[in-house]
Design a protein around this ligand. Structure first.
Ligand SMILES: NC(=O)c1ccc[n+]([C@@H]2O[C@H](COP(=O)([O-])OP(=O)(O)OC[C@H]3O[C@@H](n4cnc5c(N)ncnc54)[C@H](OP(=O)(O)O)[C@@H]3O)[C@@H](O)[C@H]2O)c1
Length: 212
């Protein structure tokens, strides 16, 4: 599949490289392609370009940018370049405030979520939440003594969720479908929970698993 990754940070780099290893054609978008030149030189098969060009390139889009900039990035990407496409949204609505006793602060409330805002901003695209509540170091084909970890996803379009389910499985995760976009109100705060051991005790190597 042709996949456009919007973002230049560690999550964008990790998912772009991981998906490339699984044979996808990748473009990474940023405001400043030059800043990824060293990384890109070591990543054959991944082109680095601007947000709008990466969005136009992708049959499926991965959104991996600072949560507070996500709406701006979608505007730079261009609604026409996203129309009808799946947008796998990894972003968290982390506020520019320090954590309190290891608990991150969000700029959303429990009655709204970042993904719902993004879905309202670009209604022609099909947003699916995924990869928001695990650290980048364990995103791609992780190995855990406790078995296969669970990836919580949600979104309004079943076909879009099926596409994301396939990518999640390729990257070594089991999928837990939590329903429609409103479920992002519960999935996004899992990032707060996931980060607490890290912020309190510098433990960053865990993942969530649902037991059935
Ligand atoms: N770090 C993790 O392990 C982890 C794990 C799970 C989920 N997440 C979530 O994944 C997302 C990406 O995280 P990250 O750590 O890789 O990167 P990040 O530092 O949160 O975000 C970097 C990206 O945000 C864009 N950005 C920042 N300010 C902007 C602005 N004013 N206008 C337009 N774009 C702007 C940057 O664009 P340019 O490329 O143009 O500079 C860059 O692509 C975040 O929402 C984060 O909460 C992170």
């Amino acid at each position: 599949m042709k996949i456009g990754v919007l973002g230049s940070g560690i999550v964008a780099q990790t998912l772009a490289a991981g998906l490339r290893k699984h044979g996808h054609d990748m473009a990474v978008g940023t405001r400043e392609p030059a800043k990824l030149s060293t990384w890109a030189a070591a990543q054959p098969g991944i082109k680095v370009t601007r947000f709008n060009e990466a969005a136009a390139f992708g049959e499926l889009i991965v959104l991996a940018v600072k949560g507070s900039a996500a709406e701006q990035v979608l505007e730079l990407a261009g609604a026409a370049n996203l129309a009808g496409k799946v947008v796998m949204d990894t972003c968290n609505p982390i506020a520019d405030l320090p954590p309190e006793h290891g608990v991150l602060r969000f700029f959303t409330t429990l009655d709204d979520s970042l993904m719902e805002r993004l879905q309202r901003l670009v209604p022609q695209a099909h947003f699916v939440k995924a990869f928001n509540s695990v650290g980048h170091a364990r995103m791609v084909n992780p190995s855990f003594a406790g078995g296969q970890p669970s990836m919580f996803i949600c979104g309004n379009d079943d076909a879009a969720k099926a596409s994301v389910h396939a990518l999640v499985e390729q990257l070594g995760w089991g999928t837990e479908d939590m329903g429609r976009a409103e479920a992002a109100r519960a999935i996004e705060p899992l990032c707060m929970l996931w980060c607490i051991p890290g912020l309190l005790r510098n433990e960053w190597t865990h993942a969530f698993k649902v037991l059935h």
